[in-house]
Design a binder for this molecule. Structure first.
Ligand SMILES: C[S@@+](CC[C@H](N)C(=O)[O-])C[C@H]1O[C@@H](n2cnc3c(N)ncnc32)[C@H](O)[C@@H]1O
Ligand SMILES: [Zn+2]
Length: 307
C-alpha cells in the first residue's frame, strides 16, 4: 500500500523559523520529554522526523548514539554542522519513516514528535517502528488530539458527533507548520485510536501526558511565556490523563520475543530500506545485495529515502 509522504524539501521552508515565537510550546514539550526519558539509558536512540534537532538535548546525553532521520535532506544538510558540533554522537540520515534503513531490533529507544499528523498509514508506520526497536525499548509518540477542549466546544455548538469517533480527523485548513497546501495529510487523532494501534504492534502504554494546554494566542499575549509555563506545569500534573490538551504524549514500552544483538557502528545497523537485505557499504555508496538499489552519502548525510 502506497503512503503519501509530506516532502518539506518542496516547500523551501526553514522549519526552525516556526519555533522563533513558540517558546511556550517548546518548553512544554521539553518538560514532558525530560520527565519521560529521565531514567532511560542505552546504546541507540532514534528521533523519527527529527528535522533540525530541536529535541536532541532530551536524548543525546542519555544514549551512546542518537540518530535523527528525516525525509527532508535539505534540512539535515543545512543543519549538519551546528547539530554535530553541539552533539558529537548525533547521526543524521535522510529516510522515510515508513521504510527505515535499519535491522530488526536495532534501537533501545525512540520518539516521534509533531510528525504523526503527516502519517496517513499509521498502522504501517507503527509496524516499522516495532520492527527496529528492541524488546523492552522505550518509544514516545506525540500526536495532535482531535478531542481537545476547543474542538469539544465547537462540536457541542455544531452538534457534531464525529468528534467521538476513533477515526482520524483531517484538518481542513492550509497549515503553516512547514507543510503547506491543500490535500497534505494533517491529521488529528483520538487517543484510544493511537493506543489501540500501538498495542496491536506489541507496545504497552506506560504513561500518558497532555501538553500545551494554553496554545491560544490571546493567552500568550496576556500572560507571557513565563507565567504560561508555570500554569502548564500545574495542568500537566493535574490533567495528565484527560484528553483536553491539543497535544498528547504517550510513553510506550515494546514487548517482543526477538533477541537483539549489540551493534557498535552505524554500518552494523544498516540494511536496504526497500527490501531489508544486507548492503555492501563503502564511504559514500551503499548497494543492496538483493534488489541492487544504490544509495549515496551526500555532504555527510546518507540518503536512504525510498517510497
Ligand atoms: C513539523 S516537523 C517536526 C520536526 C521535529 N520532530 C520537531 O518536533 O521539532 C515535521 C517533520 O517530519 C518530517 N516528515 C514528514 N513525513 C515524513 C516521513 N514520511 N518520513 C520522514 N520524515 C517525515 C518532515 O520532513 C519534517 O521535518
Ligand atoms: Zn534492497
Amino acid at each position: 500500500m502506497k503512503q503519501e509522504i509530506v516532502n518539506y524539501d518542496g516547500y523551501d521552508y526553514d522549519y526552525s523559523t516556526y519555533w522563533k515565537d513558540r517558546q511556550y510550546e517548546n518548553i512544554s514539550e521539553h518538560y514532558v520529554l525530560n520527565k519521560f526519558l529521565n531514567n532511560e539509558r542505552g546504546e541507540w536512540f532514534i528521533d523519527i522526523g527529527g528535522s533540525y534537532g530541536r529535541l536532541a538535548d532530551c536524548y543525546a546525553g542519555k544514549f551512546q548514539n542518537a540518530v535523527i532521520i528525516d525525509y527532508s535532506l535539505k534540512t539535515l544538510q543545512k543543519n549538519y554542522q551546528i547539530m554535530t558540533d553541539k552533539y558529537p554522537n548525533l547521526i543524521l540520515i535522510a529516510a522515510n519513516a515508513y521504510k527505515l534503513p535499519f535491522k530488526n531490533s536495532s534501537f533501545d529507544g525512540g520518539l516521534m514528535v509533531r510528525v504523526l499528523h503527516h502519517i496517513d498509514k499509521q498502522k504501517e508506520y507503527f509496524k516499522e517502528v516495532a520492527r527496529i526497536l528492541k524488546n523492552d525499548g522505550v518509544y514516545i509518540q506525540e500526536f495532535a488530539n482531535k478531542k481537545h477542549i476547543k474542538a469539544r466546544v465547537k462540536a457541542i455548538l455544531h452538534r457534531d458527533k464525529e468528534i467521538n469517533s476513533l477515526e482520524p480527523y483531517q484538518q481542513p485548513t492550509i497549515n503553516l507548520e512547514g507543510a503547506k497546501g491543500d490535500g497534505v495529510p494533517f491529521l488529528n487523532y483520538h487517543s484510544k485510536y493511537i493506543e489501540n494501534l500501538l498495542k496491536e504492534e506489541g507496545f504497552q502504554l506506560e504513561k500518558k501526558q497532555g501538553c500545551s494546554y494554553f496554545r491560544i494566542p490571546l493567552l500568550k499575549k496576556i500572560f507571557g511565556t513565563k507565567i504560561l509555563v508555570i500554569l502548564e506545569k500545574v495542568f500537566q500534573h493535574f490533567f495528565a490523563k484527560t484528553d483536553i490538551s491539543p497535544s498528547i504524549f504517550f510513553k510506550e514500552r515494546l514487548h517482543k520475543k526477538e533477541k537483539s544483538p549489540a551493534y557498535i557502528r552505524l554500518d552494523d545497523l544498516l540494511v536496504c530500506p526497500s527490501c531489508k537485505h544486507e548492503m555492501i557499504i563503502d564511504k559514500t555508496k551503499a548497494v543492496c545485495t538483493n534488489c541492487k538499489k544504490e544509495y549515496f552519502k551526500k555532504d555527510n548525510i546518507w540518503d536512504f529515502r525510498t517510497e
